[in-house]
Design a protein around this ligand. Structure first.
Ligand SMILES: *Cc1c(COP(=O)(O)O)cnc(C)c1O
Length: 392
């Protein structure tokens, strides 16, 4: 056989493995120290009671002959597709339930969606960003160009009319920088995409963390239905990182190159996917109904209190950062011009706090560092006291 040699072009993913090794080595040599982990972007609060109750009810249904269900609808159950489209209607984004495709997570959708683009497509990817966009395009044999984020543009790169591309990735609120685009900025991206005949892949995994008056979906932007696919997730917003549920929104009229992308995705999912388990879909539905939404809002507020603690500490220390508002991440500039990994080593040694080196998210991330607000209030408070002591 012949192997997909594109895989040779992937960089080894050292980031979280290296962090794990370094933390292990440090804690073995210093077993008396309490290490506080503020690195990995995983939630810590349990599922909302309304979600658990809905799943328990669904489990019972599966055990009775009258209510048992076998294979589900490839695109998701109507009740969940409707709950999601209703959620979008409340945001003034007119999405019909047929335009919502339920899946087992945003990571899979972000990767799988490349099936409907020609091999060799040009992808415009922000730098720094969630590494999945880069790696999946390399695997698919696509060409990647970068939109550099930096201190000057507050890690919100804007389109450059001279740059030609087919696929545009936007992650807002952004992982790792916590930066969020406003309406005018997203309008420029939409106009650019339409002018280029390109498609925006809009990752809204953190939309529920937005509290300011900022867009929470690309479909709040005029013309987005002509150029955008949105990919959402319940992972961070409803604690589904282990339970799994995401969705893709593809407008039914979205066309390129003589093909209807909505129909292509229908065909793709019908062929390669067999639906998310009914039990999980009932849990996900509950997360979009009033009781579940209110419970999850409380959890998000808990994390955002942590984010406030992080940004207040950096304000006090006079350290530049983005995020901390409308996003569960704080992206800080390493003090004294330190490189990301040097700051990582210093922080674990001096404060016993673990974060994520920015260089792991792209070359523009060098010299920056991500702290996550997904820990406990107690740990976040203690970590910030230690950081203050060490950096003052
Ligand atoms: C965590 C995260 C996701 C969520 O992926 P799932 O597969 O739904 O868990 C998607 N995009 C970004 C940028 C993320 O940080």
């Amino acid at each position: 056989m012949k192997a997909n040699k594109n895989y040779q072009n992937l960089q080894d993913s050292y980031l979280f493995a290296t962090i794990g090794q370094k933390v292990k080595a440090y804690s073995e040599a210093n077993s008396d120290k309490k290490i506080i982990r503020m690195g990995i972007g995983d939630v810590t609060l349990p599922l909302a009671p309304a979600v658990v109750a809905a799943m328990q009810k669904a489990v019972a249904e599966m055990g009775e002959p009258e209510t048992f269900r076998g294979y589900g609808d490839y695109y998701g159950c109507d009740f969940l597709r409707t709950a999601i489209s209703d959620y979008y209607k409340k945001k003034d984004a007119k999405i019909s339930h047929e335009e919502v495709f339920v899946s087992d997570g945003a990571k899979c959708d972000v990767s799988n969606i490349l099936d409907i683009f020609a091999t060799g497509s040009v992808a415009l990817v922000p730098d720094p960003v969630y590494p999945v966009y880069v790696d999946t395009n390399i695997m698919a044999g696509n060409k990647i160009i970068y939109a550099p984020g930096n201190e000057e543009n507050n890690f919100l790169p804007m389109p450059d009319e001279g740059v030609k591309c087919d696929i545009i990735y936007i992650c807002s609120p952004n992982n790792p920088t916590g930066a969020v685009y406003n309406k005018e900025q997203l309008q420029k991206w939409v106009n650019y995409a339409i002018a280029q005949d390109a498609i925006i892949l809009y990752d809204s995994a953190y939309e529920a963390f937005i509290t300011d008056d900022l867009p929470t979906t690309i479909f709040q932007i005029e013309g987005a239905e002509k150029c955008a696919i949105e990919i959402g997730s319940l992972s961070k917003t409803a604690g589904f990182t282990g339970t799994r549920c995401g969705y893709a929104i593809i407008p039914s009229t979205l066309e390129r190159d003589g093909m209807n992308l909505h129909k292509m995705w229908c065909r793709r999912q019908a062929t390669k996917y067999n639906a998310l388990p009914y039990i999980i879909q009932r849990g996900a539905e509950a997360a979009f109904l009033p009781e579940g939404l209110a419970q999850n809002k409380k959890n998000i507020e808990y994390y955002m209190q942590n984010a406030k603690l992080l940004s207040a500490t950096l304000d006090e220390l006079g350290i530049w950062y983005s995020g901390g508002k409308n996003a569960p991440y704080v992206w800080l500039k390493c003090p004294d011009g330190l490189k990301s990994w040097d700051f990582f080593d210093m922080l674990i040694e001096k404060a016993n706090v673990v974060g994520t080196p920015g260089a792991g998210f792209g070359s523009q991330g060098e010299g920056f560092f991500r702290l996550s607000a997904f820990g406990s209030k107690e740990n976040t408070t203690e970590a910030m006291e230690r950081v203050k002591k060490f950096l003052k």
